[in-house]
Design a protein around this ligand. Structure first.
Ligand code: SAM
Length: 391
């Protein structure tokens, strides 16, 4: 049985009360699965059947309603306080169950509940600090919560920037950059399998740009393996200005060894984007045709803060903005919700986003299966933002 949110907590000291709640919760789930009339379900909820309750398999009333594809009931349960993002023992939300039945209506009910709750809670820093774009898999909604207190290199900038990085090749020959998060666990800071995403990102950000033939002015935040920067440099007309912001000493050392500090038109700003975002070193460039950001160990709160600066960084309405869209990418519903949330927040700062899908499975097969722990979806949703032109 899963613990209820604190606000709905029963008095755990009273065993009889707990048993009664468990019985009510179980009976509600059974009634829903047996397709009992709506009135019966409403009476059970009114009599105190807890919507937070999950049975031995992690099934909640909302999961049960998704199993019987009852959209009206799902809407009612969410209105009554059912938790949109509770996951069962197989890590599926009710939205994932609806998806498995190909039921778009039911899926959208859960997704929209997620968007509403996250959007409303967007100012609550606690919630927004739960996700980082390249985090190890979230086994449950609880593990998302625990990220708030995660001080490993995967979630804490401070730890990451003082951790040693190893640049190596795996058994398939793909380039990888790894950081230790515990004595026996390493996570990928950047992986070669993302090359396809980076290639498509460069294409969407640069092709057909009106300043393309003169050489674009490009800002990239986060060098990593330098995959996207190498692609920017390989454009038919190389960038007229290519600013790279990178804080990690090991990455900077590698950039030096690879000659990035001596490339014509390349300017490396050594530090975090937060150190430069309002500086002359950056704003003195007079605006960029292309801005891209892909950092590590930062959370959605940081990304959202960056969104707020993008209008000052773009040169004009033709300029394009992209970011690595890896939030919640270990679960289809979470990924969809956070994709929509970022679109809403970009809209708040006057940026409209166009999305396109990159099939990461077709491109790479299952070769990088184990290493791709922070991105388990088939389709990467690639964002390209532009300043809204008011008419
Ligand atoms: C995922 S990698 C970027 C990969 C890159 N897109 C590529 O194509 O290889 C993330 C990089 O962001 C850097 N980084 C982390 N925090 C940062 C910050 N606050 N500002 C700028 N860069 C940051 C990391 O040191 C790392 O080099």
């Amino acid at each position: 049985m899963t613990a209820p949110p604190r606000s709905q907590s029963p008095d755990w000291g009273n065993e009889e009360e707990v048993d009664a709640l468990v019985s009510l919760g179980e009976a509600l789930i059974i009634a829903i699965l047996e397709r009992a009339p709506m009135e019966t379900i409403k009476n059970m909820v009114a009599d105190g059947a807890p919507l937070w309750f999950q049975d031995e398999e992690g099934t909640s009333a909302l999961h049960a309603a998704a199993y019987v594809e009852n959209a009206k009931l799902m809407t009612y349960l969410i209105e009554e306080g059912a938790i949109w993002n509770s996951v069962d023992n197989l890590h599926n939300t009710a939205g994932d169950i609806a998806l498995s039945f190909n039921n778009e209506t039911c899926y959208n009910i859960v997704r929209d509940a997620g968007i509403r709750s996250d959007y409303v809670l967007a100012t609550a820093e606690l919630i927004l600090s739960l996700l980082s774009s390249r985090s190890p898999p979230a086994d449950s909604s609880l593990s998302l919560v625990l990220k708030a207190t995660d001080t490993t290199a995967a979630s804490s900038s401070e730890t990451f920037l003082t951790s040693h990085l190893s640049f190596t090749k795996d058994e398939y020959g793909q380039e990888i950059c790894l950081v230790k998060v515990s004595d026996n666990e390493e996570v990928g800071v950047m992986m070669g399998w993302e090359r396809g995403i980076m290639q498509e990102t460069v294409h969407k950000l640069c092709s057909g740009h009106e300043n393309f033939v003169d050489g674009l002015k490009i800002l990239n935040v986060g060098f990593g393996l330098g995959i996207i920067d190498t692609m920017f440099q390989s454009l038919p007309t190389p960038p007229s200005l290519h600013v790279i912001i990178e804080p990690h000493p090991d990455v900077l050392q590698r950039m030096r060894e690879l000659g990035w500090f001596d490339k014509p038109g390349v300017k490396v700003l050594e530090g975090k984007w937060q150190d430069f975002i309002e500086s002359d070193a950056l704003l003195g460039a007079g605006g960029f045709d292309v801005v891209y950001t892909d950092t590590f160990s930062e959370d959605y709160k940081d990304l959202r803060e960056f969104f707020g600066h993008v209008p000052d960084l773009l040169l004009g309405p033709e300029s394009r903005f992209g970011f690595f869209n890896g939030l919640g990418a270990t679960n289809a519903t979470f990924y969809d919700v956070y994709t929509q949330v970022s679109e809403l927040h970009l809209s708040d700062v006057g940026i409209d986003v166009e999305w396109s899908d990159v099939d990461v499975v077709e491109a790479d097969g299952d070769r990088w299966g184990q290493t791709r722990e922070y991105f388990t979806q088939r389709f990467y949703r690639l964002p390209v933002g532009r300043m809204r032109v008011s008419s």
